[in-house]
Design a protein around this ligand. Sequence first.
Ligand code: FBP
Length: 544
Amino acid sequence: MEKSALQIARAAYQPKLPKALLGPVVAKEGKPTQSVGNQEEIKQLFPNTYGMPVIEFEAGEQKTYEPFNVGIILSGGQAPGGHNVISGLFDGVKSLNPQNKIYGFILGPGGLVDHNYMEITPELMDEYRNTGGFDIIGSGRTKLEEEDQFEKGIQILRQLGIKALVIIGGDDSNTNACVLAEYYAAKKYGVQVIGCPKTIDGDLKNEQIETSFGFDTACKTYSELIGNIQRDCNSARKYWHFIKLMGRSASHIALECALQCQPNICLISEEVEAKAMSLDDVVTYIAQAVANRAKDGNNFGTVLIPEGLIEFIPAIKKLIAELNDILATPEAQNLGRSEQIDFVKAHLAKDNLEVFNSLPTSVARQLALDRDPHGNVQVSLIETEKLLSQMVAAKLDQWKKEGKYVGKFGTQHHFFGYEGRCAAPSNYDADYCYSLGYNASRLIANGKTGYMSVIRNTTAPAAEWIAGGVPITMMMNMEKRNGKMKPVIRKALVELDGAPFRYFASKRDEWARQTAYVYPGPIQYWGPSEVCDQTTKTLQLEHQ
Ligand code: FBP
């Protein structure tokens, strides 16, 4: 494989580890834990993995380990740093016993069920150190939840002598990792399951998990692009750029990019919901900012839109909840696309049907599209940026007729998601991911199962990071998925009383009227620490 000069130089980077992981460790255990919600139900569903203590690693005595093998799965959407989780795990497992082997299951959880795997050799590993992407073994969205999948999995795990499986994924995949851990523990199969917090969306975080990996690099990549657009925008002064950003339901990515770039407008879905804003309220808010800038002769600007926005407009959220239930029925699942829309219309309650019919046909169709395997609306397919700019244009036309607005409204549309998911990891993600993987090897060596690998205190220099494990059941509550109540990891949405949002809210009126753009530029790997090793603004504000 031919490589760029940057790739060659970057391959030689040795990611940093927390001091506690540099030598042998001992696991310091805290008190028994509880789930964040529905304690009794979660306890009953996870009798073998509920209530375990939080673990922190400290320097310990050198031990010897019999050889063992480890399996690894990349699950869900790509996030920068996945290869470094694998290299950290690889180096960690080999440091325990050089005869240990790592097997990667190909194209996600489906690889375990279908017995599709490859050994990760030292040569293969070296090809992928510090690179973006999940292409070493590929990723997939197969949902691991059925007993026959777990049984097929144990066959191949036994055949390969695998003692522990590491699942790298977001909230849904880690929920499944916990279900698998519980199943194997209940059956006394002797296979441990460990999760790792991945997702660019930044919504897998809580008191124990500071951030999911990939969020840092993805936001920095999008912010570079938004900054470039803002320079163009401020040079030509003729377009409003509507920029949709990935992130599923949560607006963490949009908020972080706003903190980095200071756009004219950034919508935060969680606020739209809290204020019970209608689609017309959102459109009026944008149109007003456009009209205000037009008064100053500024017929240009930038609008950041989280991809899940539409789901948070209360009337649409209610509609989606009913659509989810209707689409989960066996009758709906056996229908073709156009029959499915008719079926949906025939079964929606009157108020929801009215909302459904009021939406532009393309958006209504997109809302009624197939869910992903975890039952989520595929919000990345809904063109909210176009919907909003068209509605703003219509409102401005109306205001023009009424003599309330004089200006020009030219638009450009962008959707940033795939541009950042496989970017070469920033120093933060390279170190964080390597540490998460290395730390997972220590959880395995300590016989843990049903835990997520956790690295904390990451706004400090890497040597001071804290390494350990958190029982996955601790993050769970019961939620409705695919029409049924299920135990799931609680998603972290933007908190409106949290420091990142409060800082943004204190500045946004100024950014809306003025041209206060910041141009973050590309991620740097070498150079002054304040340029290369900065964490996200979100993390900085949360840890002030
Ligand atoms: P994960 O939760 O799997 O990490 O998803 C990340 C993400 O990039 C979301 O932001 C986006 O909505 C989704 O994946 C798109 O996935 P796909 O490319 O499979 O449609």
